[in-house]
Design a protein around this ligand. Sequence first.
Ligand SMILES: [Zn+2]
Ligand SMILES: [Zn+2]
Length: 185
Amino acid sequence: MAKQPRRKCKVCREWFHPVYSNVWWCSPEHGAQYALALRSNEKKKAEEERQAKRRQAVKPMSYFIGQAQQAFNDFIRYRDRFKPCISCGRHHDGQYHAGHYRTTGASPELRFHEDNCHKQCAPCNNHLSGNLAAYRPKLILKIGQARFDALMGPHELPKWRRDDYIEIRNTYRAKLKELKQQEAA
Ligand SMILES: [Zn+2]
Ligand SMILES: [Zn+2]
């Protein structure tokens, strides 16, 4: 058997010559100590994982809705990145939002509807409540009368649960990534 190169004991840091390649301790005592330390590390890691899961479980629904909305809005803004504000038609250096035509308050079922949400400048979104009078003709121009009519028609409110919001979030993160990859290609 080839002689093992010397190594430092995992416990006392002293150099020693191991007999076998899987020995990381200088003596049986330090071997036992090392095994205990490994076990307690594993326990600590398992406990940390349990706590992380518990923290997720107690998060309120609003947290998951917020994450899904954020991912959806990021996608909308990127999809429309070369377009001007849907309402006022301006290109400017200020902040842009993802502005819903039918508001999430009045039409929560259209919260994640891509025809219902477009890049919008902060002044239109915040100060003009979406500037809907100007939004309407631009939206019809953009998506066509048929899709606009469909958007304005009735929609069922899905019974979204926690897992649905997580799925929506993941879907839109993936769609955004795909768009960015297409652009890089
Ligand atoms: Zn040792
Ligand atoms: Zn605007």
